[in-house]
Design a protein around this ligand. Sequence first.
Ligand code: DC
Length: 218
Amino acid sequence: MSQHPLVIAIDGTSASGKSTNAKLVARDLGYVYVDTGAMYRTLSWYCLQKKVDVNDEKAVATACRKWKTALECIDKKVRLTVDGYYPEKEIRTEAVTAAVSHVSAVPKVREWMKNKQRECIKFGNLVMEGRDIGSNVFPETDFKFYLDACPDERTKRRAAEGVKENVVMRDQRDSQRSTSPLMISLGAHVINNSKMTSAETSGLILAEIKKRLAQPRR
Ligand code: DC
């Protein structure tokens, strides 16, 4: 067992299976699961609640500086609470999904989120999913994965969850923002899972992690 907690970074496009696979990988390894998208969604929900204009960068940055949050780890899953409340259902609404690419493009927000996400290491070994984990949040990790699937397949997956979403537009916004955009980080293991089941995808990720863990650590 290494002295420093390990971080498995799983990045990728919208509906590429990050959450499903990150949870499967975390469960198999006994690591703590962190959904960073949920943190950005929580701030978006908070802004909508407080009538903060999500297109006003300054107003969003101010809200982010002032909100009262806490990180909790329950059943090996990290969650960010606001004023002691975890808006689990509320952050999955269409309104939040539409607002989140604006909120997550604000540089001050990204700085705040990076600090919070790095703080999660206090809970132990992590499987953290998002868009910039391997490139920006934990660039030092040796365990980087990037998931993708063709847009048709990703749209179908969202529809199966009952969500109508333009995944291509969201990817475009996530990839084109100036601060820590969605990108394939150096050394990331890229998996296109258009024709794969989640058992196959997570199996591939786990095999790669276990192979690397068996090698002498640097
Ligand atoms: O994974 P998700 O759909 O719940 O993410 C919601 C949004 O948050 C997504 O459009 C981009 C943003 N996000 C981000 O910019 N960086 C992350 N590490 C995670 C999510």
